[in-house]
Design a protein around this ligand. Structure first.
Ligand code: FFO
Ligand code: GTP
Ligand code: MG
Length: 439
């Protein structure tokens, strides 16, 4: 479906809807410069202008009415974002102007671009690999610096480089195995096959280990605040977001329905979820809130388990997720402690004590010790391909040479899928489905 009409000339508004300083209509394809000739009037015709130039002039409707003044940028085939002839008409950023310029381009024979079609064309022209195309989408959607950094790394091809390094280890191992099968009497030194295989395995494990951080950085994370009534959950949420989002009273059982608040923690978009205090209760409404709290804890990326530090300790009547997904907090640290526990962070919502240590702990729990300068796996598609590659590599280590070769070839296939050199059309289509029109 995405693959029909790829030699058409396409047009779309490339800037966000609404008023802005400047707005852009982008046209790409074999007739892009003819379309530009029809809508743009300047000292030269776009079709007579070399690539890499821009012209100043007016934008005109079919009946000659001047729509706006603006610029026309000219890119020639082979030296443009899509690889095709491209004309960009840059107007004042008015939705009314942009709508008329686009309408004129369609009148002149362009068709409306499908979502992601400019970037799809760049991919099909070999100007971007699939991981880079995903990074373009990630950049467009990046609302935090952590998301932007990973997308920019992906776009630069850093993920592709990391994957290629693993592929090179696998190819070396395969060559050694092949030599052993072809010339068994000659023998191949142990280090020629064991070492590259171990290197590939270690690097793949590290790469797979970045998937959680990569998805958290791009998609954000949900953090559930869990504890007994009066533990200080709502107060902590308010302290973290910096305003009175949730009702706080000295009465246990204040929060019944859950509520959410968004904030940015260490560059990661975080949704904090305040929940009802967990206890056995005969109150039907409160009991429903308690059940909801347990469900929310189960679905969260990270649970913050709060215990009142100013009162005798009572264990939480719930099974928490594994340690990596829980941060324990002793609340009300401004009051004399009724108990202490080294595994619980002391925090006061009143004085702010411990809040920055809590932010650090959240950051570590979400992003781990993954190096920030290396490219991460940022989509589930990438993570899935890397995990399958790792499975094959781990299988290869335990198998006789001929079967190991097969596993390594499969692993290489998964890696090339990751960067998009060997992917099914429907996988490519699924990636571009998420794009907006104009990208
Ligand atoms: N106005 C505008 N800004 C934009 C884009 C765009 O298309 N238009 N981009 C789009 O998303 C991004 C920039 N990406 C681009 C990537 C390659 C080329 C390009 O024309 N490359 C040619 C020529 C290089 C050169 O002259 O040195 C090439 O690689 O051959 C243009 C934009 C972000 N900013
Ligand atoms: N001194 C002190 N009091 C606190 C602190 N945090 C919460 N409190 C008090 O503890 C009581 C309960 O606080 P909440 O934040 O409503 O507790 P909660 O866990 O949301 O309670 P429920 O919604 O009932 O489950 C209130 O009287 C708060 O003022 C703190 O850090 N220091
Ligand atoms: Mg509350």
């Amino acid at each position: 479906m995405t693959r029909t009409g790829l030699s058409d000339t396409i047009a779309a508004i490339a800037t966000a809807p609404g008023s802005a300083g400047v707005g852009i209509v982008r046209v790409s394809g074999p007739r892009a410069l003819d379309v530009a000739d029809g809508v743009f009037r300047g000292r030269r015709r776009p079709s007579r202008t070399p690539g890499g130039r821009f012209l100043f002039g007016t934008l005109v409707a079919g009946d000659g009415e001047v729509l706006d003044e603006g610029l026309c940028l000219i890119f020639r085939e082979g030296r443009s974002y899509t690889g095709e002839d491209v004309a960009e008409v840059q107007t004042h950023g008015s939705p009314a102007v942009l709508a008329r310029v686009l309408a004129r381009a369609l009148e002149l024979g362009a068709r409306l671009a499908r979502p992601g079609e400019f970037t799809l064309r760049a991919y099909l022209a070999g100007r971007l690999d699939l991981a880079q195309a995903e990074a373009v989408l990630g950049l467009v959607e990046a609302h935090t610096d952590a998301a932007r950094r990973q997308a920019a790394l992906g776009l630069s091809g850093a993920l592709g480089t990391r994957v290629a390094r693993i592929g090179a280890h696998l190819t070396r191992t395969l060559a050694a195995l092949q030599a052993m099968l072809d010339y068994p009497e000659e023998g191949v030194p142990e280090e020629d096959r064991e070492q590259p295989l171990a290197a590939a395995r270690d690097e793949l494990r590290a790469l797979v280990g970045t998937a959680r951080a990569g998805q958290v950085a791009t998609r954000g994370a949900r953090l559930a605040l869990i504890g007994r009534p009066n533990a200080g959950k709502s107060s902590l949420l308010n302290a973290l977001v910096g305003y009175e989002r949730s009702i706080v009273t000295p009465i246990p059982g204040t929060t019944r329905d859950y509520l959410e608040a968004g904030l940015e923690l260490a560059g990661v978009p975080v949704t904090l979820v305040d929940t009802a205090g967990i206890r056995d209760t005969a109150d039907e409404v409160e009991a429903a809130g308690v059940r909801q709290a347990l469900t929310l804890a189960g679905g969260a990326d990270l649970v913050i388990a709060l215990e009142d530090g100013s009162a005798p300790r009572e264990t939480l009547p719930v099974t928490l997720p594994p340690d990596a997904r829980v941060i324990r907090v002793r609340t009300k640290a401004d009051l004399p402690p009724a108990w202490t526990d080294d595994s619980a962070l002391a925090v006061s919502a009143v004085t702010g004590e411990g809040l920055s240590a809590l932010r650090d702990a959240v950051n570590t729990a979400l992003l781990g010790d993954t190096s920030r300068s290396e490219a991460w796996l940022t989509t589930e598609r990438q993570a899935d391909a890397a995990r399958r590659a790792l499975d094959h590599v781990e299988a290869a280590a335990t198998l006789p040479d001929d079967l190991a070769s097969y596993e390594l070839e499969e692993a290489l296939r998964c890696l090339s899928e990751l960067t998009g050199r060997d992917v099914q059309e429907d996988v490519v289509d699924a990636v571009f489905m998420n794009f907006c029109v104009g990208k």
